[in-house]
Structures are given as C-alpha cells and as structure tokens.
Unconditional design. Structure first.
Length: 443
C-alpha cells in the first residue's frame, strides 16, 4: 500500500492516483490530509502538495489542477526530458520528477482539451491536429503509461522494494461491421436500384457480379468472415465484433438488420467471438436512437449489450459516455482518432471515464485503440508496405510499456480488391507480430 498526503482530497486526485498505481500496477492507494498520519507512516509515501515535509517521502509538486472544479481555458506547456514529453512543469528543486505527473495524467485521460470549444471536422469530431500531443509531436507516445513507469521506478528505488508483477502486453483484434456484404441482404429495393444504376452507368462488371452473388453462384466479395475465423484460430485470438444495426442512411449502409443474412451472420459470429453494437452515425448524441439500437441488437443477438464503439469514431464529451452509462453499457472502444494512429488519451491500457462535468469517477471503462485500417489507408495514405511497418512500430511501442494493442479492422478491407488489394498481408503481419506472447484475453 502507498500513502499519499494532500492538504485537499479531491475526486480528481483519487482518480489520478488510483489510475497510475492501482489501475496499471495493482498497488493499493490511500490518501490522507493529516500530516501527522503521513509523517508517522513507515511504508512508501508520496507528498502531493506544494511544500516538502520529510526526506523519507517522494515529493510531487501539485500545480493545482487536481484541486480545481470545472473547466479552465488553458494549454499546458510541454518540455522534453530524456525524450519523454512532460507537461505541468514544476519549478521546485525538491520535486522528484520535475513535473506534476498526477495532473499531467489526469489532463490526458480525462480528455480535458475536448471539453473546451473547438471547431470539429465534417463529422463534428475533435481532430487529432488540435490536440496537445499532436502539436508537440508525441501522439504516438503512451505518455501516461510512461509516467506510471517513472513513478513505480522511483518508489522501488527509494524504498528498496521489488516492482510488482504487472500484466504482459496484450493484443485485442476488433472488427467494425459497417457493411457486412457488398450485395447480399440489401433487400429488393436497394438491390434493384443499385442494379439499375449499374446499367445506366455502364458498369456491367458489377451488375453481373451482383447477379451471380444473389443467385448463389459466386461468393460476396465482402464476405471475409471465414478467413478471419481461420486466422483467429491459428493464433488463438479472442476478438470483438461491433455490428452496425441502425437504420439505413447516408453514413449507415449496412445490410437490412432484420434480414436472414444479418441475423445468421450475428449468430455465426457469436459462436467464436464476442459480439456487440456499433452505434450508428447519429446515435452519439441522440438518446432515443442509441436506446433503440441497443434494444434492437440485443434482441437479434439474444443477449444484453454492454460494449460499444461509435460509428465514425464520433464522440461528444461527456454526452456520449453519459448516454452509454444510462443504457447500462460499461465498456467503450471508441477512444482513438479516425485520421491518425496513436494514443488519443495518452494511454494504451483500459481505464475508467472521469466525467469533468459532474466531477465524478464513473463505471464506464474505456479501451483505447491504437490503429485502424481506414486510418492507415484513407487518411494517412500509406502503401501496404508502409502500413505494415507503421503497425510494427506501434506494436513495439505498446509492448514496451506492457499495454494493450487494440486494432480496428473492417471485413470489407480484407477483400483484396480496389484500394485494399495487398492489405491482407498487412493484416496477417500485424496479427502475427501482435500475437507473440499475447494470448491473454483482453475483454
């Protein structure tokens, strides 16, 4: 157990201390505002204040962020020390780390900067290039995991205790099923309209391919599910599938959710993977729509739905997460950027959502993802070879801090056609690399 002294005990401090010590290393934490209790304590102890008390302590100078309530308009300075980006820098010569690592960690994981006014992209999303991490060149650095390591090393060094055994690197492959099939399960009217459009645009190859698929003479090009199953069996993986189950619309183009094709696919997938909901484009700030889709998919899947990842990675803080909690969803996998690889919250381990609006620690666990197929191909415009290299680098980064590498892929990006030609090799390389000594379940 580690005792922390602070003149003021706040939910923010409880959250940050618990995350870095208990959440990442399983070390129990107690916080006291009684100086005598702190000074008389014989075990490892941290003084989190603005005044050193004893040579027997680890002193972290509090910059005040964790004593505040509400949102203030500011942008922290960043300084690199030994190639590690530090923020909330301390001028105190007594501070063990030279920065307030509790405040810094809290700033990143709470997504403090996303509560401030910002200009969203075409989909209303907070963009990566607006973040402190991107602007200072450390978006692909899991700073919070590194800060926790720094703290643990200092504790072990000062108090001559062994580092606790921590969990190993883990790999969790996830899939977003935005469009299960290219042709199957679309219903008569969508199929007919698409066929007519093919004829008028003289796209006869697609017209006849659609006809052959619907007649059962040819496999659907987006039906890559058997391939996925074989790969998962080979590496003993435990994937999660997120199915889009919203109504058809401009950004929601999955097959008809009440079709036999969809229901059959959901049931088949449930035999070898965890299945859950991929809430539609408009659901991230719409209580009725989200509730309807959760109820709809729960009936199709014949099980309660407690996990989600928002379609188009749309997040609105804190509204989206509040809506999930109101619907008894306790695990979210949306934390990441659509346009850039890396660590949106500065962390590659699961953690609980802190609601800055209510100043409460919640029961919603956030599972950050590191890389997505569309990010690499569409947004970063990497070749298959460059994407393979980038993924290898990211896996090494996550492995170095013993975090969780969560990938996001789509069934249609494994079709080996068009812009996805040659990308199965990318995926297979990533899976093989990330699967080395990472067979623990990460659910």
């Amino acid at each position: 157990m580690i005792l922390i002294y602070s003149p003021k005990i706040t939910n923010r401090l409880k959250y940050a201390a618990s995350l870095l010590l208990d959440g990442l290393y399983g070390i129990s934490v107690e916080i006291t505002d009684n100086q005598n209790d702190f000074l008389n304590f014989n075990g490892p102890k941290i003084n989190y204040s603005q005044t050193p008390l004893t040579s027997e302590e680890i002193f972290i100078y509090s910059n005040g962020l964790l004593n505040q309530k509400g949102i203030k308009f500011f942008k922290p300075d960043v300084k690199f020390v030994n190639k590690i980006p530090l923020t909330f820098i301390s001028s105190s010569s007594h501070c063990n780390f030279g920065f307030d690592l509790f405040a810094a960690s809290f700033y990143f994981v709470s997504r403090y900067e996303e509560y401030l006014p910002y200009k969203g992209d075409a989909h209303g999303r907070f963009e990566a290039d607006q973040s402190l991490a991107f602007q200072n060149g450390f978006l692909e650095v899991p700073v919070v995991n590194i800060y926790a390591e720094l703290l643990l090393k200092e504790i072990s060094k000062k108090y001559k205790i062994e580092k606790p055994v921590i969990s190993c690197f883990k790999f969790l492959p996830t899939y977003d099923i935005d469009n299960a099939y290219a042709y199957k399960g679309k219903g008569f009217f969508r199929s007919f309209a698409a066929s007519i459009n093919n004829v008028f645009s003289l796209n006869f190859d697609v017209f006849f391919e659609r006809l052959n698929v619907l007649r059962g003479n040819k496999p659907d090009p987006f039906d890559t599910f058997d391939y996925q199953i074989e790969l998962q069996k080979k590496y003993n993986l435990n994937p999660i599938y997120f199915f889009l189950a919203g109504d058809y619309g401009p950004f929601d183009k999955n097959i008809y959710v009440f079709s036999r094709s969809f229901e059959s696919l959901v049931k088949k997938t449930d035999d070898y993977a965890l299945i859950s909901l991929h809430p539609s484009y408009a659901s991230y700030n719409n209580p009725k729509r989200l509730s309807m889709e959760l109820s709809r998919f729960a009936k199709i899947a014949n099980q309660p739905i407690t996990r989600c990842r928002q379609h188009f990675i749309r997040l609105s803080f804190p509204l989206t997460y509040k809506l999930l909690l109101e619907n008894n969803v306790y695990n979210d996998y949306t934390m990441g950027y659509a346009t850039h690889t890396g660590f949106r919250a500065g962390i590659c381990s699961p953690y609980y959502f802190y609601d800055l609006e209510s100043e409460q620690i919640t029961k919603l666990k956030i599972h950050p993802f590191t890389a997505m197929d569309m990010t690499l191909n569409k947004y970063m415009k990497l070749s298959a070879e460059a994407a393979e290299k980038k993924l290898s680098e990211l896996i090494d980064i996550v492995r170095s801090v013993k975090g969780n590498f969560i990938s996001v892929w789509h069934n249609d990006s494994l079709c080996e056609r068009g812009i996805w030609a040659g990308w199965r090799k990318v995926y297979e390389s990533m899976v093989a690399n990330a699967s080395m000594k990472s067979n623990d379940k990460v659910h």
